[in-house]
Design a protein around this ligand. Sequence first.
Ligand SMILES: NC(=O)c1ccc[n+]([C@@H]2O[C@H](COP(=O)([O-])OP(=O)(O)OC[C@H]3O[C@@H](n4cnc5c(N)ncnc54)[C@H](OP(=O)(O)O)[C@@H]3O)[C@@H](O)[C@H]2O)c1
Length: 317
Amino acid sequence: MEKMKAIVYNKKSYPDKLVYCDVDKPVPNDNEVLIKMNSVSLNAADYRSMKMGLIPKRKIFGADIAGRIESVGKNISLYKPGDEVMGDLASYGFGGFAEYVTAPERSLIIKPDQVSFEEAATLPMAAVTALQALRDKGNIQKGHKVLIVGSAGGVGTFAIQLAKYFETEVTAVCSSKNVQQTLSLGANNVIDYTKENFSNQDKRYEIILGINGNYPLLAYKKTLTSDGTYVMVGGSLSQIFKSLLFGWVLSFGSKKMKSLTAKANKTDLELLVKLLEKGIIKPVIDRRYSLDKTADAMDYLKQGHSTGKVVINIGPI
Ligand SMILES: NC(=O)c1ccc[n+]([C@@H]2O[C@H](COP(=O)([O-])OP(=O)(O)OC[C@H]3O[C@@H](n4cnc5c(N)ncnc54)[C@H](OP(=O)(O)O)[C@@H]3O)[C@@H](O)[C@H]2O)c1
């Protein structure tokens, strides 16, 4: 059996549970392609799945992948060896923290030449989440006032840019160190949460995205317009539980609370790649690591203050 390098989850390993080692190179079945990996980005989904004991079969995490197809199963019609592809493998067993991964063709789209592998790897989960939150849950319309709470991370940096693409007025909430970058991404106003509380201001919003932090639901309710929508995307675990348990307190009268479960979607990903090619959105890459340093990268992400995305580069970018 051919071998490859990978990051394997081992719950007994100390201090890092993510171990760089040799494992069998995967073999695609008839309905899969084999991808030689170039870049993979990290997501909260990786460490939250670990924490909840949802361990992929091959014990290799890493969902948002970009690489080149090496071989294809006999039922594959959309792709051929040499094609450059990208996609979200969270619903297909993860596996991206490795030199090779297998994937069904429905999880992938073609990566255009103009988009680098590392840029491609930043999009699938974070940008699709931001798009589905604003468009599908928030029903975003031109001229809306949008508040993005937790605007400086992977999802938030795409949310700012997409909300501007939809021609809205964006107010973003982040800490002091991210204020300049948030403005440079197009936010009209920034609230530095270390100095001010968004709910103490008079301004009201048609859409609030709750992406990070842990704020009282009543603060969100108070800050919505009379028919506004709060979309719960993420945040601390206690924020998520509060929203799931007590979301109804927001949902009386005409104010609405919706919670998002983003779904990988090829059409959405293709739209985002087009926006990237046109320069309408651009990924913010905070840190880059090599595959053997994936445990360090995950520790950094888990601290909850990365600015934009954290990427592992495995092959040429
Ligand atoms: N619902 C879904 O389908 C879905 C899909 C994907 C992700 N998510 C969830 O979305 C959340 C964000 O994901 P992500 O990839 O953007 O995470 P991330 O990149 O780790 O977010 C880090 C950012 O959060 C900001 N932040 C931390 N504490 C904050 C606070 N109290 N107030 C405002 N901002 C704060 C930080 O900015 P500062 O350094 O400036 O504080 C940092 O830039 C996670 O909880 C994730 O699980 C949900």
